[in-house]
Design a protein around this ligand. Structure first.
Ligand code: OFO
Length: 169
């Protein structure tokens, strides 16, 4: 049976992953209407991957005898000043998710729930990859500058990243 404190913390993480999926979906939609098809594909894929993170947690909670109930979600931000702002927010958001995973790991550890600790290793690794991906993209922004040509090439690169299976988002 799943420890109640651990279950509550896991359900909080499910909510955050679901919210992440909505945030990236809203970003993808903004990119699509603003003429950044590559960034839109990248973010649609990112949104799907967050949904996968959520589902993986739901199945874990239920398999362990808990009940992964869903909560109401906040409305995501729908308007952005620029593509750069989107990727700055992604990095901040992923750093926040990393903190949340670390706190969750701490709850499992304190409750001596080592199987949940083991399960969370996957998320810890995933966050390392996500932060590094977001930082890498921000570095490319610095190189591209705010010129239309630079953004055009960056958008093409994001399209390429969206088509590789190892996005890690
Ligand atoms: Fe983008 O993070 Fe989920 O876990």
């Amino acid at each position: 049976m799943l420890n109640k404190k651990v279950e509550k913390a896991l359900i909080g993480q499910i909510e955050l992953e679901e919210q992440s999926s909505r945030i990236y979906m809203a970003m993808a939609s903004w990119c699509e209407v603003k003429g950044f098809p590559g960034a839109a594909s990248f973010l649609y894929k990112h949104s799907d991957e967050e949904r996968f993170h959520m589902t993986k947690l739901i199945k874990y909670v239920n398999d362990k005898g808990g009940h992964a109930q869903l909560h109401q979600l906040a409305m995501p931000k729908n308007d952005y000043k620029s593509l750069l702002e989107i990727f700055e927010e992604i990095l901040k958001h992923e750093q926040f998710v990393t903190e949340s995973i670390n706190k969750l790991y701490d709850v499992a550890f304190k409750e001596k729930d080592f199987s949940t600790g083991q399960f969370l290793q996957w998320y810890i690794q995933e966050q390392i990859e996500e932060e590094s991906l977001a930082k890498g993209i921000l570095d490319k922004f610095r190189l591209a500058g705010n010129e239309k040509v630079g953004l055009f090439h960056l958008d093409k690169e994001l399209a390429g990243l969206a088509s590789t299976s190892s996005q890690g988002a």
